[in-house]
Design a protein around this ligand. Structure first.
Ligand code: ARG
Length: 563
């Protein structure tokens, strides 16, 4: 039973309105104001009456369904109080019947979503800026999957472009094989930084770099071998991080993959009269749309970041026939995406509207307590290690006898980072504060994981399977009822999260479930109650455990059974 739909049906009938229109208006009020509320403000305009009057008139005509205990009118609202036993029974049965499919649905069946996320640049360190794209993209991937979509996760690696010309020059001048093999990306970024310092004094280095890029484009063996080697070294590091984050991609087609697919884009743009020359370069003029021009070809014929993105979009449309293609990057790439989305539109493709840029705010370290080995960029791996280390200390203090301490510290330390990243709307800046995000009593990953582990431990200690013969009237206390309410809201939250591309909606609902459950746990004895009470309460614990486990998974946070 879907309570909102049922209530919408009786209101619609009484008010002579459309069910879906009513359904959209129904709210979940603050505690004490009923379980569902129908506000009449919007109707006042059409009906030309005071909203309070409308509320009373509709309420009088409503035929109270069985599951509704009480209806009252408060100002412009019609408030519905559901029968707690019926409600609790409904929710808990739904969770156990649907199992791991409870939060999800099949509204996405037959539709394809492509998500482009993480996408770090080869030969540059994986820094905390990439964390956000990785965590948000991975969560969106899981959110759409849970809704039945066919999802394709793409890591659009930054593996082509001028930086490789520079790197080759730098390597030939100041690098050596042993040092790179020993220190991999760190050594590559050291010589890359040195290149920039030296090129300021000696600009001819830039010409050399450009000629190496041309060699790469022409397939010169030495250039290509070096480039491949740099890529392999970087991928080794990236994969180590992805493994720890438990993330994989369906495709690693990076920028270089489009080398042979860009000429067609250039030709088509020219054919459609969209290219103009400007200072020797080929551009698409976007002045009419209040944007600077989109650069397609440099004066030396080299392609650019937007050219590769346009070629990639065509390839993805052809290969996956997506309904939506989502790009998860920092806010500072807004203009880049707006520009080339426009170019696709100007080329006459109506699927330009299905390209979605999903930007996010900055990430930083608040208190400056963290210093990195090199002092400049904050490396992702350092952050992971630091969080895991601190978690280990907490475990050592709180639960020194825990088995698999290292494993759990890894899951909790990393989970804390991901959870913190996803807890606010994307666009907000994230400031990492380890004390806050590792607080087991805060609105944090460890708190959610701990609550899940608590549910697991109760189930383990009970040592019984769920009894299907349950007297649900034993669960009509306020605390039990509230747990079921937040569980019941979860599937709608999933749909909302996908609608807005906002994983925080899931993160917040997880915290709601945890708070409600911990209140229930503090108020109710579970294992030492009489059998029928114990069974009923255990049924609720099972539901909480499942919802937390599956909810955390939607964020890419693991849910250890003990901690
Ligand atoms: N490599 C880019 C960066 O690190 C992000 C790429 C995002 N995806 C894209 N299709 N442009 O900034």
């Amino acid at each position: 039973m879907d309570f909102i739909k049922e209530i919408a049906a009786v209101v619609a009938k009484a008010a002579d309105l459309d069910i879906s229109e009513v359904e959209n208006l129904i709210e979940i009020p603050k505690p004490g104001m009923g379980d569902y509320a129908f506000p009449c403000f919007k109707l006042a305009k059409v009906m030309k009456k005071a909203p309070q009057v409308i509320a009373s008139e509709i309420a009088e005509k409503i035929e109270k369904p069985e599951f509704v205990e009480k209806i009252n009118v408060l100002n412009a609202y019609i408030n519905f109080y559901v029968n707690k036993t019926v409600f609790v029974e409904n929710v808990l049965k739904k969770v156990s019947e649907k199992g791991s499919k409870y939060i999800g649905s099949d509204i996405g069946n037959g539709k394809t979503i492509v998500i482009d996320y993480s996408s770090p640049n080869i030969a540059k360190p994986f820094h905390i800026g990439h964390l956000r794209s990785t965590a948000i993209g991975n969560s969106l991937y899981k959110i759409y999957k849970a809704l039945g979509y066919n999802v394709v996760g793409i890591n659009h690696l930054g593996d082509w472009g001028t930086q490789f010309g520079k790197l080759i020059v730098a390597y030939k001048l100041w690098g050596n094989k042993e040092a790179v093999e020993k220190d991999d990306i760190k050594e590559l970024s050291r010589i890359y930084v040195k290149f920039h310092e030296e090129a300021e004094k000696n600009p001819s280095l830039n010409d050399e770099a450009r000629s190496w890029l041309v060699k790469m484009q022409e397939g010169d063996k030495e250039a290509i071998d070096l480039w491949k080697w740099f890529c392999d070294i970087s991928m080794k590091e990236f994969n180590r991080i992805y493994k720890r984050l438990n993330i994989r991609f369906d495709s690693y087609a990076g920028e270089s993959f489009y080398n042979d697919k860009m000429q067609a884009v250039v030709d088509e743009l020219r054919e459609k009269n969209l290219l103009t020359e400007s200072q020797g370069a080929q551009i698409v003029d976007l002045e009419k749309y209040n944007m600077p021009p989109c650069l397609i070809l440099r004066s030396d014929g080299g392609t650019l970041y937007p050219t590769r993105d346009i070629a990639a979009a065509f390839y993805r449309k052809k290969t996956y026939n997506f309904d939506k293609c989502i790009y998860v990057t920092a806010l500072d790439q807004n203009l880049h995406f707006a520009q080339w989305f426009k170019v696709i539109e100007l080329m006459g493709y109506d699927w330009a509207k299905d390209l979605v840029h999903t930007p996010f705010g900055l990430v930083s370290l608040g208190d400056g307590k963290l210093s990195t080995r090199k002092g400049h960029v904050v490396l992702m791996e350092d952050i992971l290690n630091m969080s895991v280390e601190k978690t280990k200390n907490i475990i050592e203090e709180k639960n020194p006898n825990l088995e698999n301490k290292d494993e759990i510290a890894e899951e909790v330390g990393i989970g804390a980072i991901i959870f913190e990243d996803l807890f606010n709307s994307r666009i907000k800046n994230v400031v990492f504060d380890f004390d806050r995000m590792l607080n087991f009593d805060g609105e944090t990953g460890p708190y959610a994981q701990y609550t899940h582990a608590r549910a697991c431990s109760i189930i383990k200690r009970a040592g019984v399977d769920v009894d299907e013969n349950i007297d649900y009237s034993l669960l009509n206390d306020e605390a039990s009822f509230n747990v079921c309410k937040v569980i019941n809201e979860f599937p709608d939250k999933l749909a909302e999260a996908a609608d807005k591309n906002e994983p925080y909606i899931i993160a917040r609902q997880i915290i709601e479930v945890c708070k409600a459950f911990n209140k229930f746990y503090n108020e109710n004895n579970i294992l030492n109650s009489e059998d029928n009470v114990k069974n009923a309460r255990l049924k609720l614990v099972f539901a909480v455990r499942n919802v937390l486990r599956d909810g955390l998974d939607l964020l890419g946070v693991s849910a250890p059974e003990q901690m």
